[in-house]
Every structure is written in structure tokens, then in C-alpha cells.
Design a protein around this ligand. Structure first.
Ligand SMILES: C[S@@+](CC[C@H](N)C(=O)[O-])C[C@H]1O[C@@H](n2cnc3c(N)ncnc32)[C@H](O)[C@@H]1O
Length: 727
């Protein structure tokens, strides 16, 4: 096999598992072999024999760096042009220590060429001047949300979900949030380079892990949206969300979603190229143990979808027990669903069809297999634990389920990680199928349970997930404990988040914000909320769209942990000794408010003004021609056009704060660096210059972020890089 002892850093743990374990393993190439993994996957015949060696060799090679140009469509287009027209030409024909270094390339299957890949060693990024410059550009654009460092295969589920601005979407297992960002971008397809639309649709990003939910909030702050809600709940028992229905104010309906992403927790062996610790610890029990939870999350989603909706189920595992087996159990539970044939979508994407047969094992060493569940049960003594359920095996009607419509993306096909994607929808002829489902619901099925509903001993291995979910919903509707709650103390339905209070449109602070910016009458003032126990405008004002407002008004937040809703638009700014406190529009809120602002409140200026504001934190008022009339918050615009060597393809509109002596750009310092690099090709900010002055320190490499090799560094994050980087 030609393995040697070259060292590679690796991380432990699968995807969405073993949080908090940030230990870094040093994995030599000799370690990149695992007999259990080898024999298990050979047995499953996931790869044709003739491609097996190529597949295994690819697993041992580090993953190329991939990124996606993110943000609104127009911003993405101009950033992509910058990469295509400025950076890529400068990175062609680069030699490093005598060796040619290939420039970044577009992923052929990603729409509009917005996703890129390059395979460059760390020393090149650090020392080769052109690559170093490109690296700095990527780092800062990543910080401000214009670039998303994301594994190529991880970009697929949102593409297949096909989200439109009016869709109601839920991302069931969303953290750390790179797919959430893609979904949000699709919801915001009508945004322009300077202004954010208020989409009619909705995105709920949910994760059961509280710490990871906060990463989600941080990520999505890069694309502020009035249509976003973040919840922190167990997706397998996700509660009914109520919205107002009919004419009566008191009448509510269950919210059914148009699009649901189930990017479920999985064993993560498809990420082995980057998490090389998996080589050492992989064993079949990892996937076996997750199957139950994966089924429960998917069937919960199936109950929350509307009749014309679509679900994408995905994992970064190669294991059929976590993939086709989960789909098969879900389709058995809800026969009104079918797999969608998406083989003609993204034709440049190389993929193999889903499996129709596989053979699970409960044996840690992956040596002993049983062809059927019955054979497995017969092999157990009365004291042996029953680790597997019938659902771990292929169903007898596997061929009829069209499991080949699932997609398997293998690392050797196009130099990526491994991934599984399946698209589900309700069959069009729903009526006869509903009857079928009702009949099935009364019969025991073989769905295993992760958190067991109360059952009699005889029925323990025959849980009917349909009945369990129905009971959950009924109990929630009636305000009772769910079957999963039972008497257990582990699930608390008494969340104590700060309340969400919508301000009266007569609120004096809201009125002063509206008057100062001369917001037009159609500004949705009745959708402004605050979050504090008193319900007053104390510090921050958030804007939501109508559907988010309806959800907030019709649900009980002691039972739904809603972590955030809408986007922050105004915040209190102390006036210092010069003046009174004032609510100012925030940098992230400006694009949402901008379409409602009267043009007369925006002051035009040139690139030279922007240069002064970027070069110093608080340049003196005397440095400026005086367009800024009074102390406080102002919005200024540099119109598109050519300014000497600088050409702006679109306007730049930013908030500033004027005191009696100085003027400051109200944008965080990484965003300033990104803007400076984009405009002037160099970081002229205070922080950038300070970095340049540090001998041997990379000129613009801020502590906190790096894009070298395969990983984003997030200094200070308490979560491992592996988890932070989404797959
Ligand atoms: C594969 S990761 C999701 C990655 C994410 N979709 C992305 O693209 O950034 C799986 C996530 O599921 C979460 N998770 C695990 N069990 C869950 C449950 N029962 N309900 C909701 N989320 C769960 C984990 O915390 C983890 O963040």
C-alpha cells in the first residue's frame, strides 16, 4: 500500500458527535489503515472492485481547500469577478522552490462558478507573495461573510433543496451553520449589493446543542435577515409551530414547511481526509448507534412538510446503515413519500447511486455478519443485548423504494470528502397513500428509538414511530408532557429566554429613529421588537418579517427555546460628553433599512473620504470637507464610478458617527480591512499597518482567522476546529 510515516494532524470525533474533545492526534501515514473499515466497506460493496484501491488512496490524501463566494447575489458576483479577473491571473505560472503551483479552479458543478478549490501547501500560502496576498483576501472576506470556507460536498444539500424567497424552511440540525448560510442566501436571492430584501419566507435554523447554536448565531450574523429564527431544540421531537390562521385572531394552524434540511448527526467517516483520527477509531458501532436518532429526525421532518414540499436528508458518512437504511425505514413509516429522481440536476457532479443491499454487523471487529435480522436475533443468547433493529437491514421491498435515487459522492470521484444526499417529497396521489399510511400506523413497525417512548416490555423493539410522533404532537397541543418526556427530568420545557416584545408604532424611540432617517411610510415599524424583561427600547431594536412576527405572537416560548429572531437594526450609542445618547442604525442593519430611507438623509462623498476613514480610527473633523452637519449618526455613500485607480462597480453605503471633534466609520475592523483590500489592494487600516510592522508576522493576517491548508482557525473558540468547519 505504500504507506510511510509522514505525519499529519488529525482530529478526533465524528460529525456532530464528541463535542469538547479538542485533542489533536498526530497521525502518520502508516496509521491510515483500519482493518475494520476496510472489511466493512468491502463487504458492503460500496465501490466497484476495480476502483477500490483508488478510493482508499484518495482517503489518505489531504483534502483540497474549497470555498464558496457567499452573500447577496450581486456582491457575490463582484467578488467572484475579482477572483477571476485579478487574483487567478496573478496566481498562474507561480513557481515555489522551483515547482509550479496550480492556481485556484472553479468547481464545475457549482452554479455560476461561485465555488472554488485549490490545493496549496501551507508554506506556499505563507511565503509566496501572490498566494499570500490571495490568502489575506480570503481571510478578510471570510470574516465579513463574503467567502464561506466550506467543504465542496457540504455545499450540495442546500443546492438540492432548491429554496426560493417565499419558502418556509427549517434546517433541523444546523450548527455550525454553513448550510444555513446557503439557505439564507437563497431566501435572499432578491438582495442587491447594497440593500437586503425582506423575503416573505422563513428560515428556522435549529440545533440541539446550545453552545453550537451560538456559533450558528455568529455565522448567520454575516447575512443579517429579518426572516431568520434560531431555535435550540431536539429535532427528533421538534414541537409544532403555530401560526395565525383563518379570520379569527384566536384560530391558529400548524406551520408546515416548504423545505426541510435534515443534515443529521452522523459518524462522519466521509470526512476522514481531514479528520485523520477516524482512521484509528472507526468501528461499525458508530453508525449503528446513530441510526435510530437519524430515523427519528427524518420522520419528524416528514410530519412537518407541506404537501408540495421537499426534504433533503444528508450525512457525511459512507455507511448504508446511516443512509439508505434510514431512508428505507422512513419510507416504510410514511409510504406517501418517495425519493425524487435528481439525476439530471448538476450534471457535472460525479456520483454513484444509492445501495439496494447492505449487511450490517454488530461485531466491533467487523468480522461477523448476518444476512437478515432474524439470523442476527437467532444468534443472540437471552442475556445478549439487542444492538440492532430490523431497520438496520435492507427491507424486502428495497428495489421498489428506488433507493438508487439516493446519491453517494465518493472522495476519488472528484477529489472531495465523502457524502450522502437523498431528496424526498410526497407522492402526488396523496389520498390513497394516506389510507395506506393510516393502515400502517396501526401496525407495529421496526423503527428503533433513540429516546424511548413509554412502551410495554413486549413492544420495546417494535416502536411505531408514527404513533410516537402523533402522541408527541397531541401532547404538545394539549400542553401535556410528551411521551418522550415521561417522568424524565432531562427535557425541560421551561425555557427562560428574554421575552420578545413588539414595540408599539407610537414608541417615541422608534419614532425618533424613523424621523431621523426619514424612513418611508412602508417601513415595517410594527415588526420592530426588543428583548428584555421590561419590553422597552433599552439597547437594541430588531426587525422581523411578517411570518417571524406571526410565529412569535402565536407560540409559547417557555416551551420553545427561541434563541434569536430577526435582525438587529438599531442600537443605542452613548453620546459621550458632547451629546445625548442616540439610537443609531447598525452596519449590519443598514442594508435592511436602506430601501426605506429618504435619499436626502444619505450624504455622498468620494473614495478619498473613505480612505481617511479607513486609515484612522477617529480622524479629526478637520480632515473632511464638511458634509456632515450635526453630531450623531449619518449614512454616507460613495457612488459607483472611477476614482483615480479605484473603480467601484456599485455604490458603497456605510454608517458613520460624528462627535464634535472626530468622525468614525461604524464598521468592525475586519470589515474595514476587507474593504481596504478590495479597494486599494492593500490593508491601509490601523490594524493592517500594525500587522505589517510586526517583523515576520504576515502583513494582514489577523489573530483569529487563517485559511491555510484545510482549516479555518478560530482562536478563542471553545469548540474544535473540526466542529467549527462545516461538512
Ligand atoms: C452534521 S452536523 C450539522 C452541520 C450543519 N448542517 C452545517 O452545515 O454546518 C449535525 C448537528 O446535529 C446536531 N444534533 C445532534 N443531535 C441533534 C438533535 N437531536 N436535534 C437537533 N440537532 C442535533 C449537532 O449538534 C450538530 O451540530
Amino acid at each position: 500500500m505504500g504507506r510511510n510515516n509522514k505525519k499529519r494532524g488529525g482530529r478526533r470525533g465524528g460529525r456532530g458527535g464528541s463535542r469538547g474533545d479538542t485533542r489533536i492526534d498526530v497521525v502518520t501515514e502508516a496509521d491510515m489503515f483500519n482493518e475494520r473499515l476496510n472489511s466493512y466497506y468491502k463487504k458492503q460493496q460500496i465501490i466497484p472492485d476495480e476502483a477500490w484501491e483508488e478510493f482508499m488512496q484518495t482517503l489518505r490524501r489531504p483534502l483540497p481547500t474549497t470555498f464558496r463566494v457567499a452573500g447577496s447575489r450581486q456582491t457575490a458576483k463582484s467578488i467572484n469577478e475579482l477572483i477571476q479577473n485579478n487574483y487567478v491571473p496573478s496566481l498562474k505560472d507561480v513557481l515555489f522552490e522551483g515547482q509550479p503551483i496550480p492556481p485556484p479552479e472553479q468547481l464545475p458543478w457549482y452554479p455560476e462558478g461561485l465555488a472554488w478549490q485549490f490545493n496549496v501547501a501551507k508554506p506556499v500560502l505563507r511565503k509566496q507573495p501572490e498566494f499570500r496576498k490571495f490568502h489575506s483576501f480570503l481571510v478578510f472576506e471570510t470574516e465579513v461573510g463574503n467567502i464561506s470556507r466550506q467543504e465542496a460536498v457540504s455545499m450540495l444539500p442546500p443546492l438540492f433543496l432548491d429554496v426560493l424567497p417565499h419558502h418556509k424552511v427549517i434546517d433541523m440540525c444546523a450548527a455550525p451553520g454553513s448550510k444555513t448560510a446557503q439557505l439564507l442566501e437563497a431566501l435572499h436571492a432578491d438582495d442587491t449589493a447594497t440593500s437586503t430584501s425582506i423575503p416573505p419566507g422563513l428560515l428556522i435554523a435549529n440545533d440541539s446543542d446550545q453552545k453550537r447554536t451560538h456559533m450558528l448565531i455568529h455565522q448567520s450574523a454575516r447575512l443579517p435577515s429579518p426572516a431568520l429564527m434560531v431555535t435550540n431544540l431536539d429535532a427528533s421531537i421538534y414541537p409544532i409551530i403555530k401560526v395565525s390562521g383563518g379570520n379569527s385572531k384566536r384560530h391558529t394552524n400548524q406551520l408546515l414547511f416548504d423545505r426541510i434540511l435534515c443534515d443529521v448527526p452522523c459518524s462522519g467517516d466521509g470526512t476522514i481526509r481531514k479528520n485523520s483520527g477516524i482512521w484509528r477509531k472507526w468501528q461499525p458501532g458508530d453508525g449503528n448507534g446513530l441510526h435510530a436518532l437519524q430515523v427519528r429526525i427524518l420522520v419528524r421532518a416528514m410530519r412537518m412538510l407541506n404537501s408540495s414540499g421537499r426534504i433533503v436528508y444528508s450525512t457525511c458518512s459512507l455507511n448504508p446503515v446511516e443512509n439508505e437504511a434510514v431512508i428505507a425505514v422512513a419510507l416504510k413509516t410514511y409510504p406517501e413519500y418517495e425519493l425524487v429522481d435528481v439525476s439530471s440536476g448538476y450534471p457535472e457532479l460525479k456520483r454513484l447511486p444509492g445501495l439496494t443491499s447492505w449487511t450490517p454487523t454488530a461485531d466491533k471487529t467487523a468480522e461477523k455478519y448476518f444476512d437478515s435480522y432474524q439470523e442476527y436475533r437467532d444468534s443472540l443468547s437471552s442475556t445478549d443485548p439487542v444492538k440492532l433493529t430490523e431497520g438496520h437491514w435492507p427491507p424486502s421491498n428495497a428495489a421498489g423504494l428506488n433507493l438508487t435515487r439516493c446519491m453517494r459522492i465518493y472522495p476519488h470521484l472528484q477529489d472531495t470528502g465523502g457524502f450522502f444526499v437523498a431528496v424526498l417529497q410526497k407522492k402526488q396521489k396523496a389520498e390513497s397513500d394516506t389510507k395506506e399510511r393510516k393502515r400502517e400506523a396501526t401496525e407495529p413497525s421496526d423503527v428503533p428509538d433513540a429516546k424511548k417512548p413509554r412502551l410495554t416490555e413486549e413492544s420495546e423493539d417494535q416502536i411505531d414511530v408514527d404513533v410516537a410522533v402523533q402522541l408527541t404532537e397531541d401532547a404538545q397541543r394539549d400542553g401535556q408532557k410528551t411521551p418522550e418526556e415521561g417522568d424524565s427530568k432531562t427535557i425541560s420545557y421551561d425555557f427562560k429566554e428574554n421575552p420578545y416584545t413588539f414595540l408599539s408604532s407610537k414608541d417615541p424611540i422608534l419614532i425618533s429613529c424613523i424621523n431621523r432617517l426619514k424612513l418611508t411610510d412602508d417601513f415595517p415599524a410594527s415588526n420592530i421588537l426588543v428583548r428584555n424583561p421590561g419590553g422597552d427600547a433599552v439597547r437594541s431594536l430588531y426587525l422581523t418579517n411578517d411570518i417571524v412576527k406571526t410565529i412569535i405572537l402565536n407560540n409559547d416560548y417557555t416551551r420553545i427555546r427561541l434563541t434569536t429572531a430577526g435582525t438587529k437594526v438599531f442600537a443605542k450609542q452613548e453620546g459621550g460628553k458632547d451629546g445625548e445618547a442616540q439610537f443609531r442604525v447598525l452596519g449590519e442593519g443598514l442594508p435592511v433599512v436602506l430601501p426605506y430611507m429618504d435619499r436626502s438623509t444619505i450624504m455622498d462623498s468620494g473614495v478619498s473620504t473613505l480612505r481617511i476613514l479607513l486609515k484612522a480610527y477617529h480622524p479629526a473633523c478637520a480632515s473632511f470637507e464638511e458634509p456632515f452637519r450635526s453630531i450623531g449618526n449619518h449614512i454616507f455613500r460613495v457612488p459607483s464610478g472611477t476614482y483615480g485607480a479605484v473603480t467601484l462597480s456599485h455604490d458603497i453605503i456605510l454608517p458613520i458617527w460624528k462627535s464634535s471633534v472626530s468622525i468614525s466609520l461604524m464598521v468592525d475592523k475586519k470589515a474595514k480591512s476587507a474593504l481596504s483590500l478590495r479597494l486599494f489592494g492593500a490593508d491601509i487600516t490601523v490594524a493592517g499597518l500594525a500587522a505589517q510592522q510586526q517583523k515576520n508576522a504576515p502583513a494582514v493576517e489577523e489573530p483569529g482567522v487563517s485559511m491555510e491548508g484545510n482549516e479555518i482557525e478560530e482562536v478563542g473558540a471553545s469548540i474544535s476546529k473540526e466542529e467549527d468547519e462545516s461538512v
